[in-house]
Design a protein around this ligand. Structure first.
Ligand SMILES: [Zn+2]
Ligand SMILES: [Zn+2]
Length: 272
């Protein structure tokens, strides 16, 4: 029996003879069902219609995305650290070339995902690479395909190994998580942010939303909390969730000024 994948958000559901009646993730206020109605695919069909492509951003960091764009369109990151390889965020398509390439680079020792919109086919990736999946426990209700590989962590940080830390920021989702690699950006540190910190289209600022497609803002309190969560960490570069959404320099200062701009706007202190 196939494990159906929602074509609007990329979430894979457990094996079933017929597709689910609706997608729980798309029906919720942070996502949407497309105007054409809900449609479904399978990993097998997706491997024929689409292929993955790659971009090496810096030593130890390779982006993996699907062409043509599928569902939300995020790209994952293979974070190659001295302590092991992490798959950061996930995409629905795990094709043969991707398995071969990642295996050649030492496989995957841990999978970590920012929030439920990117859980996608995480179970397929975990099985292919025999890797555990680290998800924040606050978002447990949004796991659509449960599996023994999923480890729910609690609290504010989880150190995967030396220099690689998952940080719970909340915001977009209660368990919204980013990854900090101290050795990235030539030792100045980097953050993989998904859309918990969204790199804006101008690539000079960050923003923070409960829903991006439905334009639901966060509170000042929630955005201040995101800034607080990252305070103890040094970083130069921020990698958002699309191939071109990268803040190359001064990431720490960009976060601080973006939090301040957002809070001033939502509190009506910017004159609009
Ligand atoms: Zn969906
Ligand atoms: Zn999202």
């Amino acid at each position: 029996m196939p494990a159906f994948i929602c074509t609007a958000c990329g979430t894979q559901y457990p094996d079933s003879a017929t597709p689910p009646a609706q997608c729980v993730i798309c029906e919720e206020e942070r996502q949407y069902a497309p105007p054409r109605g809900q449609t479904w695919t399978t990993l097998e069909a997706l491997s024929v219609s689409h292929a993955n492509s790659y971009r090496e951003y810096e030593k130890g960091l390779i982006g993996i995305g699907t062409q043509p764009q599928f569902a939300i369109g995020q790209r994952a990151l293979l974070v190659r650290t001295p302590g092991g390889n992490v798959l950061w965020d996930c995409i629905s398509l795990l094709d043969a070339a991707t398995v071969t390439m990642i295996s050649g680079l030492g496989g995957i020792q841990a999978i970590a995902i920012s929030h439920p919109h990117f859980y996608t086919t995480m179970v397929e990736w975990a099985r292919a690479f025999k890797a555990p999946i680290h998800l924040h426990a606050a978002d447990k209700q949004w796991v659509m395909r449960p599996d023994a590989a999923i480890k729910h962590w609690q609290g504010e940080t989880l150190k995967l190994w030396d220099g690689v830390t998952l940080i719970r920021c909340g915001g977009h989702f209660e368990g919204g998580t980013v990854l900090h690699w101290a050795g990235g950006a030539d030792g100045r540190g980097l953050v993989c942010s998904g859309d918990i910190l969204t790199v804006c289209t101008d690539r000079k600022w960050l923003s923070f939303m409960r829903s991006y497609p439905n334009f639901i803002p966060l509170s000042a309190r929630a955005v201040a909390q995101i800034g607080q969560a990252l305070k103890p960490f040094a970083f130069e570069t921020i990698y958002g969730h699309y191939f071109d959404r990268v803040i190359a320099k001064d990431g720490k200062q960009v976060l601080e000024k973006s939090v301040a701009r957002y809070i001033a706007a939502i509190e009506g202190k910017r004159g609009y």
